[in-house]
Design a protein around this ligand. Structure first.
Ligand code: UT7
Length: 323
C-alpha cells in the first residue's frame, strides 16, 4: 500500500524579547533606513539568557501537536534542523524528545543551515513513505543571536531567533485525498563554503565561532539557485511554479523574494513574507512563516504550497506539498 507524508499541522514559537533596528543602531554604525531598504527587516526576536534552541523547538512542537490533537505517544520520529544546537552532542532532537516526554522512536538533527527545514522535511518524507515511521515532528529551530559578531554590522542586523514545527504523518494514498509532500529538490555546492560559514567548531578551533558572510556574493547566487529549485520541484510534480497557490520561502532578504517573483512570473500576493518581523531565522524561517500564514488564513487546507530555502554550504532546495 503506497503511503503519503501528509503535513497535519504547524506551529511557530518566538522568544518574547524584540530587538528593533533603532536599538541596533545605538550599538553599531547602521540605521533603520539602511536595514529596511536593503533587507526589508524591521525587527527580530532574541532568545533570553538561558533560553536554548531546544526550548524554542519545544514551544513550536507543542503548538503543532495541540493543533493536530496528538500527544507524546503519537510521535515516533523527530528531526530538528538547526545550525545552533544546544550542545555539540547529543542532537538537539534528543533533548527535544526528552522535554516533550516522548519515549519511543528515533530523533536526530539535520545541518543544512538556512536550507535545513527543506532538507529535514524531505528526509522525514522518505522515512514516512517507507513505512518505517508513522508520525514525525519536523522542526526548524535556531538561536543565531549566539553566533553573531555584534560588532559586525554586515551580519548582526540580519538574523533573529525562533522555531517552527510540522506534524507530518504517513497516510495511505487512498485516504490522503491528494494531500502530502509531492516532490523535493535538494542541492549543495561545497566549493562555496567560504561565502557563508561560522569561523569556529569542534575539530577546527574548539570554539563556537562567529557567523561570517560575503553577503553580496551570496545574494548574487540566491535568485538563480532558488528559482532553479522551485522550477525543478514543480517539474517533478508535473506543474509550473505559477500553478502553486502559496510560496513559503526562506526569509533572508525581501529583495531576493522580489527577484524570484520577477524571474518566475509570480504574483507578490502568492508569497508569504515575515522578514519584517522575524529577520532571518535560518532553518526556522520557513515553518515560522508557514504558521503565521496559516493562522491569518492565507494558507488553507488543500492549498498547493512551495517551500524553498538557500543558505550556508551553499545549500539550496525546494519542496512542494498539498496541505
Ligand atoms: O540566509 C542565508 C542566505 N543569506 C542571504 O541570502 C543573504 C544575502 N545577502 C544579502 O541579503 C545582502 O547582500 C546584504 C543585506 C547582506 C547586504 O546588502 P548589499 O546590498 O549586498 O550590500 P553590500 O554588502 O554590497 O554593502 C553595501 C554597503 C557597503 O558599504 P560601501 O563599501 O559601499 O561603502 C557596506 O559596508 O553597505 C554597507 N553596509 C551597511 N551600511 C549600514 C553593510 N551593512 C550595513 C549596515 N548598515 N548594517
Amino acid at each position: 500500500m503506497a503511503l503519503r507524508a501528509v503535513v497535519e499541522s504547524c506551529g511557530g514559537f518566538l522568544p518574547e524579547k524584540i530587538l528593533t533596528n533603532e536599538e541596533l543602531a545605538t550599538s553599531v554604525e547602521t540605521s533603520d533606513e539602511w536595514i529596511r531598504e536593503r533587507t526589508g527587516i524591521c525587527r527580530r526576536h532574541m532568545a533570553a539568557h538561558g533560553q536554548r534552541t531546544s526550548d524554542l523547538a519545544v514551544g513550536a512542537a507543542k503548538k503543532a501537536m495541540a493543533k493536530a490533537g496528538i500527544g507524546p505517544e503519537d510521535i515516533d520520529l523527530i528531526i530538528v534542523a538547526t545550525a545552533t544546537p544546544d550542545l555539540t552532542f547529543p542532537a538537539t532532537a534528543a533533548i527535544v524528545q526528552a522535554k516533550l516526554g516522548i519515549k519511543q522512536g528515533a530523533a536526530f538533527d539535520i545541518q543544512a543551515v538556512c536550507t535545513g527545514f527543506v532538507y529535514a522535511l524531505s528526509t522525514a518524507e522518505k522515512f514516512l513513505i517507507s513505512g518505517q515511521h508513522k508520525r514525525a515532528l519536523v522542526i526548524g529551530a535556531e538561536t543565531f543571536s549566539r553566533i553573531l559578531d555584534w560588532q559586525d554590522r554586515t551580519t548582526c542586523v540580519l538574523f533573529g531567533d525562533g522555531a517552527g514545527a510540522f506534524v507530518v504523518s504517513a497516510v495511505e494514498e487512498e485516504q490522503a485525498e491528494g494531500r502530502g509532500v509531492l516532490s523535493s529538490f535538494l542541492r549543495c555546492d561545497g566549493s562555496m563554503v567560504d561565502l557563508l560559514y561560522v569561523d569556529g567548531g569542534v575539530s577546527a578551533t574548539q570554539t563556537t565561532g562567529y557567523l561570517r558572510m560575503q553577503g553580496n556574493k551570496v545574494f548574487r547566487e540566491a535568485v538563480n539557485k532558488i528559482s532553479q529549485a522551485m522550477v525543478e520541484a514543480a517539474r517533478m510534480a508535473g506543474i509550473e511554479p505559477k500553478d502553486v497557490d502559496v510560496f513559503v520561502p526562506h526569509q533572508a532578504n525581501q529583495r531576493i523574494l522580489q527577484g524570484v517573483v520577477k524571474k518566475l512570473g509570480l504574483r507578490e500576493d502568492q508569497v508569504i513574507s515575515t522578514i519584517a518581523d522575524h529577520g532571518n531565522t535560518s532553518a526556522a524561517s520557513i515553518p515560522l512563516a508557514f504558521s503565521v500564514a496559516e493562522e491569518d488564513g492565507r494558507i488553507k487546507r488543500g492549498d498547493l504550497i512551495m517551500l524553498e530555502g538557500m543558505g550556508g554550504g551553499l545549500t539550496w532546495g525546494a519542496a512542494l506539498l498539498r496541505y
